[in-house]
Design a binder for this molecule. Structure first.
Ligand SMILES: [Zn+2]
Length: 223
């Protein structure tokens, strides 16, 4: 028998994703960003105090406020739906019917089990069924869902689902290859390993389309 805390440690250390939605409470946005920053600042002061740090030191003085602002306005800004990019789409006027791949989109996310960075690349593809989306919109969607406490499996699925809704098609795929600092810099401390996740929707479930997508990812783009 393991107790609840041990079970949660187990989930964290094994990086198991339990849900495609980020576990947010209903009251998550009842208070403003400014109120959150104020609360988190106090919480961080307390953490640093407990660790024995001297918060009157010039170098440390501003840290709780910096961390609080960074949490709310930067690295976890994607929790708030008001920061969601508008995924406007356009008529596919040129009738391009092949796969479109946006590759090497840089991913900066944060592991929700250890709150350490996840750094890597996302490769996203879709086959238009009449609508197209601006190329940079795909980068923005990746960024938005990355700016949350995340697990990589969920992030991959959320990117695909968002594009499926925006484009009105199931034919969307995403592969993410990323390093988790909780694996690379602590715990097992394996600096070389990276984690690959993929989600293939609609036509991408076909092995041929899947291979084509993966071949494009491997292409070495020179310019
Ligand atoms: Zn982790």
């Amino acid at each position: 028998m393991i107790n609840k805390e041990e079970f949660q440690d187990e989930i964290g250390d094994n990086h198991v994703s339990l849900s495609a939605k980020n576990p947010l409470r209903d009251d998550a946005f009842d208070i403003s960003d400014e109120e959150k920053i104020e609360k988190i600042k106090k919480d961080f002061e307390s953490i640093l105090q407990t660790l024995g740090m001297d918060l009157t030191d010039d170098s440390l003085k501003g840290t709780p406020n910096r961390v609080a602002k960074m949490f709310v306005k930067e690295i976890f800004a994607g929790l708030n739906p008001k920061n969601k990019p508008k995924a406007s789409t356009f008529e596919n006027n040129y009738k391009y019917g092949e796969m479109l791949v946006e590759k090497n989109i840089i991913v900066y996310s944060t592991c929700e089990h250890h709150l350490l960075p996840i750094i890597g690349r996302a490769h996203v593809a879709y086959i238009s069924n009449g609508r197209v989306i601006g190329l940079s919109k795909m980068n923005r969607i990746v960024q938005y869902y990355s700016k949350r406490p995340q697990v990589q499996e969920r992030l991959t699925m959320q990117i695909v689902q968002e594009l499926q809704i925006a484009l009105g098609t199931d034919d969307v795929a995403c592969v993410i290859d990323a390093k988790h600092l909780c694996v690379n810099s602590r715990g097992i401390s394996d600096i070389e390993s990276s984690t690959v996740t993929s989600e293939f929707g609609g036509k991408f479930k076909d092995p041929q389309a899947r291979l084509e997508f993966l071949d494009y990812i491997k292409m070495d783009t020179k310019f």
